[in-house]
Design a protein around this ligand. Structure first.
Ligand code: AMP
Length: 286
């Protein structure tokens, strides 16, 4: 596995691979890798449409709000390197902030509409930061395929919109959410949780599963489902609800009435200082 810190060196390596006709699979991450990231890396490695697997690790300051955890965000490059290698990574791109945003940097990518709700509403500027860094990374790596987790469902929608609108020649591939045995979605931020908060955090997935069950049993009222999720999470004393929403997929519009097709149940809550998100894509039968 090769490691690159400079854009020019990363590009030179990839130009050589491409000249040999190799196709690039790309997994962008913020590091502190866990089995969710590893699942993305493995699916790139096993993809018949990919010859070279590139992983990036970059804690992107643009996507953090002023009172968010940019400074404290967990980092462990030595461990990440080993995990990348074990997952079959060929090249690891780890640029410094100054490499990505040198002095004078002044261009941003803003996806409108689908960013008005969910995390876009709670974290103003977050998706502008995400779209900007992913656009830059796509231009640097020029992948044929890029891998994202549905755990960040709104991010998937934003990236797909950007790719379509700005004609990036990249196939977006989406991986299911990797969970702990008790259902908690694996996240780098789970490290912030105390033992009690860790136990309490399972309320997110439990509530989503119960809401899904209500849909299976015939519930079609979006507002009632939203209230159900709010109450279920609100009943956990260690949880501070950020939002619970029932929205259409993939355009993320709040639903009063569920129609046949897919709907997204999405929740976010604080447990101590950890802000955790989770979601379920639910099939609504006719
Ligand atoms: P992050 O490092 O948190 O920015 O995540 C990098 C990529 O890994 C994103 O596409 C995430 O959606 C994905 N990811 C994070 N956690 C999980 C998980 N538990 N299961 C699947 N994918 C995940």
């Amino acid at each position: 596995m090769e490691l690159f810190e400079r854009i020019a060196a990363m590009r030179a390596y990839l130009a050589e691979a491409r000249a040999r006709g190799e196709r690039i699979g790309f997994v962008p991450t913020m590091g502190f890798l866990h089995k969710g990231h590893l699942a993305l890396i493995r699916s790139a490695r096993e993809d018949d449409e990919v010859d070279r697997v590139v992983v990036s690790i970059f804690v992107n300051p643009l996507q953090f709000g002023p009172r968010e955890d940019y400074r404290d965000y967990p980092r462990n490059l030595e461990r990440d390197k080993k995990l990348c290698l074990s997952g079959g990574t060929d090249a690891l791109f780890v640029p410094a902030v100054e490499e990505m945003y040198p002095e004078g940097f002044a261009t941003h990518v803003e996806v409108t509409g689908v960013t008005d709700i969910l995390c876009g509403r709670s974290r103003p500027g977050h998706f502008r930061g995400v779209a900007t860094v992913v656009a830059k990374l796509f231009n640097i790596v020029q992948p044929d395929s890029a891998y994202f987790g549905i755990k960040d469902a709104q991010q998937v929608v934003v990236i797909r919109r950007m790719v379509e609108d700005l004609d990036f020649p990249v196939k977006i591939k989406v991986h299911p959410t990797v969970r702990e045995e008790d259902g908690l979605a694996v996240s780098s931020r789970n490290i912030y949780l105390s033992a009690e908060e860790r136990r309490a955090a399972t309320v997110l997935y439990r509530s989503l599963k119960r809401a899904e069950e209500l849909v299976v049993q015939g519930e079609r009222n979006g507002l009632r489902l939203k209230r159900f999720l709010e109450d279920a999470i609100g009943a956990e004393p260690l949880a501070r609800l950020d939002y619970a929403e029932v929205v259409s997929w993939p355009d993320l519009k709040p639903l009063n009435e569920l129609r046949p097709g897919q709907v997204l149940l999405a929740v976010a809550a604080y447990f101590g200082r950890a802000r955790l998100i989770d979601n379920l894509l639910v099939e609504v039968k006719a």
